[in-house]
Ligand binder design. Sequence first.
Ligand SMILES: [Fe+2]
Ligand SMILES: [Fe+2]
Length: 254
Amino acid sequence: MSNQTASRHEPTLSERADALEHEMIAELDRRVVKSVIYTSGDRDPTQAIPPPPGTGPFMMGDDPRLQKMPSKPTLIDFFKYRFGPANHVLQSATHALKAGQNEKIVLACLLHDISVAGFIRGDHGYWGAQMIAPYVDEEVSWAIQYHQALRFFADESVGYGYPDAYLRYFGKDYEPEPYIQRDYEYARNHKWYMSSRSITLHDIYSFDPNAVVSLDDFVDIIGRNFRQPKEGLGFDGSPSAHIWRAMIWPTKFL
Ligand SMILES: [Fe+2]
Ligand SMILES: [Fe+2]
């Protein structure tokens, strides 16, 4: 059997995912046009976007394929309804708590990768910092912004070595881009260096597999250190409200 024949009979994983998505969209009676950034790489963004299936109106507002968010969502609601499994950040925050770190650092550890969990991976430190800046002490968002760069640079004086995981993820010859090197140089001489460095010290990918971690352990710390807007995240008119709205309505046409 030729490869061509085989591929006709056995759709690839991505073809099956596309077919399933088309089926779901057909049931929605809404046409979903994915933002260019979702598909760049899978397709060339300079080419015209293929027309979405169906004839109904374009998707605006709530996407019925997602869990509906409360009208005034809190940070905890985002953990529940939009962020992927939070084990990594919960483990990091628990590690920081057990090490006796102050609440600002514990909160920074809890929120350090929320952009990866719910928004965009690339430059997640910068995006995550921007998301929370209006609601936290400046030191917390600063620490989150720069942990991204500091992760790539060892500081043996505080016991931080280049992560083994990064050797596997990026290869042994990987060199951080010049802007990361520049921001590392800036951060290492800043008065809040150790706050950001602390995130990297507690930024662990696994520890005791029997340890039970829960967001419940951090509700009070969030309450004391995260200024939850009364209108709900996304609706308070802050400089980052639109980022929270993009996570509530990721498929909104405009
Ligand atoms: Fe990170
Ligand atoms: Fe992390």
